[in-house]
Design a binder for this molecule. Sequence first.
Ligand SMILES: C[S@@+](CC[C@H](N)C(=O)[O-])C[C@H]1O[C@@H](n2cnc3c(N)ncnc32)[C@H](O)[C@@H]1O
Length: 247
Amino acid sequence: MAWLEVELPSADGRVVGPSTSRPTPQRCPDAIPDYLTTNYGWAYLNRRNARLLDNDVVVTAILLGNHRRLRRAALSEVAAGQSVLQPAHVYGCLIPELARRIGPSGRLDVIDLVPLQAALCRRKLRGFPHARVRVADAAVARDKIYDVVNCFFLLHEIPDEQKRAVVDALLAQVAPGGRAVFVDYHAPARWQPLRGFYRRLFDRLEPFAESLWHHEVREFARNADAFRWQKTTLFGGVYQKTVAHRV
Ligand SMILES: C[S@@+](CC[C@H](N)C(=O)[O-])C[C@H]1O[C@@H](n2cnc3c(N)ncnc32)[C@H](O)[C@@H]1O
């Protein structure tokens, strides 16, 4: 059982920092897992780095100029008035664009395991009362269903066992006729000159990403047959958009 002292979002959506008096330990139901602390703590748990990284210039550099295309690919799956679950904060402007696209007649729920990331996201969504941000684990399905689940570059950052849990939990929250959208890395084509570059990058910095070269997203789903799967790739196979339509 994990115990954490965390910033907790208050009922009105503000983040309440740790009190100056001795804190009462609270059981955190969605504790921050080791895979995140060990591999991505510097990016998601460090306040200064998180602020520095959370902008479109950085994201465009990380995605080698493909950020806008990838954002468009995700946004094209969403329409005004829909209910959307966004599992995990994403650096840059994707999430406010998503809220704008859904509009006030829709609803956006964002969840992230890390209170700091939830706070950054909440700040971006200030002007969108139809959007909510909660601290929660995407691997745990809530009793709620959505028209669209938009999983943007989360799977490559988590171990395979966790990928299975996250994919299952997300698919469980897709409404009849709805869809789950997975935008992430994919095996580059043999001719893609950056194939070696990505392999080295993953070896050094992204230990759970290369598994997406060897497995389709649907292979992580226990209930894959309840969905119609559609995959497109971009940038010589480096990236994929896989859409699971609930049949
Ligand atoms: C979406 S992923 C990577 C996105 C991409 N690197 C970017 O920001 O442009 C990063 C986020 O996933 C969150 N995260 C990791 N595992 C999670 C989980 N199981 N449930 C919810 N959020 C998770 C991290 O806290 C972090 O904020």
